[in-house]
Design a protein around this ligand. Structure first.
Ligand code: 5GP
Length: 112
């Protein structure tokens, strides 16, 4: 099923894209829980962790690590959370697999 993220991948709606390769895309979350909040998304519309093939997941997490380091440095963050919600019960709102990279700052008041 097509999601809002598929529309971003297909350039049907705009997003601040920070990385892209054949399997994944990364762009700034529209909500910016903190400055630099980024989503790393599979290009194929897997709904959640349970559907993502292992090789794709390994590749995605390699990208997550590289982007986390780059974001942490670029924004001079003091910490960083990785978050992945699977299914509505766990707070997932866009049913297209993604990992949140959330840089953390002193007194940013974010509660996850
Ligand atoms: P989830 O709640 O599924 O873990 O995360 C979905 C995320 O997608 C939310 O943090 C939300 O702000 C973000 N999001 C929803 N629609 C859009 C959009 O159109 N553009 C971007 N860049 N982010 C979106």
């Amino acid at each position: 099923m097509e999601t809002i993220f598929t529309k971003i991948i297909n350039r049907e709606i705009p997003a601040s894209i920070v990385y892209e390769d054949e399997l994944v895309i990364a762009f700034l979350d529209i909500t910016q829980a903190t400055m630099g909040h980024t989503l790393v998304v599979t290009k194929a519309p897997y709904k959640n962790l349970f559907e993502v093939p292992e090789e794709t997941l390994k590749h995605l997490f390699g990208v997550v690590q590289k982007l986390s380091v780059a974001i942490y440095k670029a924004f001079d963050a003091k910490g960083l959370n990785l978050l992945n919600n699977n299914n509505e019960t766990a707070g997932q709102t866009v049913f297209h697999y993604h990992v949140h990279i959330i840089p953390r700052y002193e007194k940013d008041d974010l509660t996850l």
